[in-house]
Design a protein around this ligand. Structure first.
Ligand SMILES: Nc1ncnc2c1ncn2[C@@H]1O[C@H](COP(=O)(O)OP(=O)(O)OP(=O)(O)O)[C@@H](O)[C@H]1O
Ligand SMILES: [Mg+2]
Length: 251
């Protein structure tokens, strides 16, 4: 379980998160929605202990991670796999090397074990054919797949975190990544591997999520399911999710 309790964080006196509290189970399928610069990525970075709040607490499985040493934090980070917004692939390495990188760096696996694991992941994500291509030779959709494969190589996550996994992709490719996100969320609650997808594309969010959290002015302005989202009378939020209503009218 993840618990944010009264989390406040400012950068250069600009308050990004203002007394934010919420809790989530690892098996949930959550979309965090919000405008650019609204603090969505910041929430993921806090959850991983990459940055710390000015005040408030963040509990992961009951442990307040804001007080942990770097070594203990690594242990908690292993509960999550994260696909960063920028993709952050190494363009000097091919696909195989990108996915193998953290296994070589942080585990004691032999090269043979690493190869087996990388091949298995690439097969699972349907990018085995691109194994020896350099990342700048790949389409945007393939690059996202490699980034997902790399995040999965490092751990057996309890929850996947996707920061803007579909942003910048054409609708079909985005749809494809949504299907992959659903496929990778295996099992039944409470054992299911859940995810948090951060996005400003509500129509992509509705292809995967069961719970929607909308961040505005550093606060949680909405937290509910699709039914509640459709019925929200928050005018600004309705504008934000307008695409959803347009899509439904077209049906
Ligand atoms: N390390 C940092 N130093 C200073 N300001 C930062 C830092 N990280 C984030 N910010 C600021 O905090 C705010 C929230 O950033 P964040 O990246 O969380 O937004 P976001 O909701 O993910 O936006 P986007 O949709 O554009 O990705 C922004 O104004 C950003 O400029
Ligand atoms: Mg972001």
């Amino acid at each position: 379980m993840i618990v944010f309790r009264d989390v406040t964080l400012a950068f250069n006196s600009k308050v990004v998160l203002d007394n934010v509290s919420f809790q989530a189970d690892f098996h949930e399928k959550i979309a965090i929605l919000g405008g650019s610069g609204g603090g969505k990525t910041t929430i993921l970075r806090l959850m991983l202990g990459l940055i710390f709040p000015d005040s408030g607490k963040i509990f992961i499985d009951g442990q307040d991670i804001t007080v942990l040493s770097e070594a203990r934090l690594r242990e908690y980070r292993m509960k999550f796999s994260i696909v960063f917004q920028e993709g952050a692939l190494f363009d000097s390495m091919n696909v195989y090397e990108n996915v193998a990188f953290c296994l070589r760096e942080y585990t004691k696996f032999t090269e043979e074990e690493i190869e087996q694991r990388v091949r298995e992941l690439l097969r699972r994500l349907n990018i085995e054919g691109a194994m020896y291509l350099m990342t700048n030779e790949l389409s945007g959709g393939m690059q996202r797949r490699v980034a997902i494969a790399r995040s999965l190589a490092e751990c057996q996550p309890k929850m996947m975190l996707y920061d803007e996994a579909t942003t910048g992709l054409d609708p079909l490719t985005a749809d494809n990544i949504c299907s992959l996100i659903n496929e990778l969320s295996q099992g039944e609650p409470p054992d299911r591997t859940g995810f948090i997808i951060v996005t400003h594309k509500v129509t992509d969010a509705t292809k995967v999520a069961e719970r929607y959290i909308y961040i505005r002015n550093g606060k949680i302005a909405f937290d509910g399911d699709i039914q509640q989202m459709r019925q929200t009378d928050d005018v600004e939020f309705r504008k934000f999710i307008n695409e959803l209503f347009v899509m439904e009218q077209c049906r």
